[in-house]
Design a protein around this ligand. Structure first.
Ligand SMILES: [Zn+2]
Length: 100
């Protein structure tokens, strides 16, 4: 069971709990031994949902607010909020460069 961070909801917040299935490998020489299921919204090892990261990045691009404001609004660290903005900004600049 994991408790990834998701978009804020209401004043008291919302706690997301995810129960992941673990699959065991029956091959004797398997280097991994087991793996847990993944979903696109929450890649392996992620502690923050893609929905929350997308909202942080889009908020900076579309609402033109600051990185520190996004971090405060969505209760993210500044480096995480900055990373989401960089990812969204890269999408925009790459889309523009292919149109030229
Ligand atoms: Zn295996």
């Amino acid at each position: 069971m994991t408790r990834p961070r998701d978009l804020p909801y209401g004043e008291s917040g919302l706690e997301l709990r995810r129960h992941k299935r673990r699959r065991w490998c029956r091959e004797a020489g398997c280097p991994r031994g087991s793996s847990t299921e993944q979903i696109p919204q929450l890649p392996a090892g992620a502690r923050i949902t893609m929905g929350l990261l997308d909202a942080a990045g889009r908020g900076r691009r579309d609402a033109a607010s600051t990185v520190i404001q996004a971090a405060r609004d969505l209760r993210l660290s500044w480096p995480t909020a900055m990373d989401t903005f960089r990812a969204v900004a890269r999408e925009v600049t790459e889309a523009r460069s292919t149109r030229l």
